[in-house]
Design a protein around this ligand. Structure first.
Ligand code: ZN
Length: 75
């Protein structure tokens, strides 16, 4: 698909690192599958992947984690 940030790059399948913050919890997830812009490097995460990431974040919040770095694991 075409990148909406720079408006001329095309996205290609790749991986990125995302950071989520909720209350006092910060979770960094590495190796998240995403469409990455070949021009500006902006990453786009699918709805399905976002759902999994939010689940990881909710679990971390429940556990009272302050900062955690996790590897994305596809179910
Ligand atoms: Zn772009």
């Amino acid at each position: 698909m075409k990148c909406v940030i720079c408006k001329h790059g095309e996205t290609i399948p790749g991986e990125m690192t995302t950071t989520f913050e909720r209350n006092d919890t910060i979770v960094v997830v590495k190796g998240v599958p995403a469409e990455v812009c070949s021009s500006c490097g902006e990453g786009y995460i699918s709805q399905e992947t976002t759902k999994k990431l939010l689940k990881i974040l909710s679990e971390a919040v429940k556990q009272g984690v302050q900062l955690d770095v996790r590897k994305y694991v596809a179910a």
